[in-house]
Design a protein around this ligand. Sequence first.
Ligand SMILES: [Zn+2]
Length: 102
Amino acid sequence: MSDLAEKMFGKVRKIIASGDYMPDLEKLSKPFESKDGIIYLFCKGCGSIYELPASRAAIYAEKAHVKLPETISDEFFECSGCQSCDGPRDQIELKTKKSILN
Ligand SMILES: [Zn+2]
């Protein structure tokens, strides 16, 4: 890859966000692997799932214009794009697993 191409596209090509992934409720119900994780972030752009620590969860809550519940049980964040894909990263919603089942 030429230097210019590398500058333009970066070393790692991002996944093109298709935007139609459905959250895997089984994965979103697993205990957090990280000891700092308090809520899951699901990207519908590429299907990635992340665990957010409280500090990042607060940032996502602000972007989603919601207040984080004191006890998080059924909630998770859904975004349209993330670090792995090229979807819009500022489209964030707080959802409940219950709302997906209905
Ligand atoms: Zn993504």
